[in-house]
Design a protein around this ligand. Structure first.
Ligand code: ATP
Ligand code: MN
Length: 317
């Protein structure tokens, strides 16, 4: 499959759109895009506009695409913005491309048990700009990449989704993340924490492609169960909502080939424009750990991507 941003020679260090015109046409890598309603407020609490969203996705494109290219995308869209806590904006998940999808957007057809969906692929920056224009705030992807035919590669990451139950904060989640890191190391896996931009932490362990998704899923399940038995007072590994209060739920189920997790460097459709950001373990060890917003995420672009570093190390060894 075409290697994403190789053809992308554009400068992403500056925003794509200046303040001013409410609509305009841009040309990106030969694709013409009509951008409209750029002053529309997508996040009322912070006044973040559609222009800001497009600029964020433009600047983060090289990083986001490195992790997301060739993964079938499920979009989560907020056509009228995220709203307020009293009046949340409507959102919906959208897997399929449709009439709203320009013909140049790369795509792949994926077979599920009962149906086939044609997903867009974020293989080039213009796709991210189009997603911003169409009010996609969240980009969700599976732990595997697709061949052009739609056949699935083996997973290239294992994921653990740490969800803090009622009464548990990000600090409680961080403690369990550190334990999960050790348990993954015992399996020979190097892991990277990603603050989800919502409540919890996603832990990714890059895989060399030799594990089936079932093996990844079984290993994650086993790991979650063993952490639960070691730390029964603070970890839970089963789905039931009732048992989660005061504990961190380790959701291992997103290793299932048919499931997704929010893509690293995706915005979130929360009240504030937070982002799923790869972090350093030292940050997770720090009691001040908190979720980051789009401005803070962009500030990190001058430093190496912690997730990319672990992927590169795995490839070298
Ligand atoms: P938090 O840190 O608050 O838990 P999260 O992104 O991990 O944020 P979860 O509710 O734990 O949110 O869901 C984990 C992932 O499962 C999501 O990122 C998303 O990719 C996927 N998911 C959850 N609900 C749906 C749904 N209804 N349709 C498709 N995917 C979903
Ligand atoms: Mn979660």
């Amino acid at each position: 499959m075409a290697e994403k941003s190789d053809a992308d020679t554009a400068d992403h260090s500056e925003p794509l759109l200046e303040q001013g015109p409410r609509s305009r046409t841009v040309e990106i890598d030969g694709h013409r895009l009509r951008l409209t309603h750029l002053d529309k407020v997508m996040y009322p609490q912070t006044g973040t506009t559609k222009r800001d969203v497009i600029n964020f996705y433009w600047q983060v494109a090289p990083r986001l695409i490195a992790h997301a290219h060739d993964r079938p995308v499920t979009r989560k869209r907020w056509v009228n913005g995220v709203g307020t806590s009293e009046e949340p904006g409507e959102s919906f998940f959208q897997k399929n491309t449709g009439r709203d999808t320009p013909e140049w957007v790369p795509r792949v057809s994926i077979e599920y048990v009962r149906k086939t969906n044609e997903h867009p692929l974020v293989n080039e920056p213009a796709v991210l700009v189009w997603l911003g224009q169409t009010a996609t705030l969240e980009i969700h992807t599976p732990q595997w990449r697709a061949y052009r035919t739609g056949r699935r590669h083996r997973p290239d990451r294992l994921v653990l989704d740490l969800d803090p139950g009622e009464g548990v904060g990000l600090a409680g989640c961080a403690e369990v993340a550190l334990q999960a890191r050790e348990a993954l190391a015992d399996l020979g896996l190097d892991a990277v924490p990603v603050t989800s931009g919502s409540k919890g932490i996603h832990i990714y362990a890059p895989l060399d492609g030799s594990w089936t998704w079932r093996k990844a899923s079984d290993s994650a399940h086993e790991l979650a169960r063993s952490l639960e038995s070691e730390h029964a007072d603070r970890v839970v590994a089963t789905m039931g909502r009732a048992e989660r209060a005061g504990k961190v739920f380790i959701d291992w189920s997103q290793n299932n080939t048919n499931k997704t997790t929010v893509a690293p460097w995706s915005l979130r459709g929360r009240l504030r424009p937070t982002v799923a950001v790869p972090r350093r373990w030292e940050e997770v060890e720090d009691s001040q750990l908190r979720q980051l917003d789009h401005v803070e995420a962009l500030e990190r672009l001058s430093e190496p991507d912690p997730l990319q570093e672990v992927i590169d190390r795995l490839k070298r060894d």
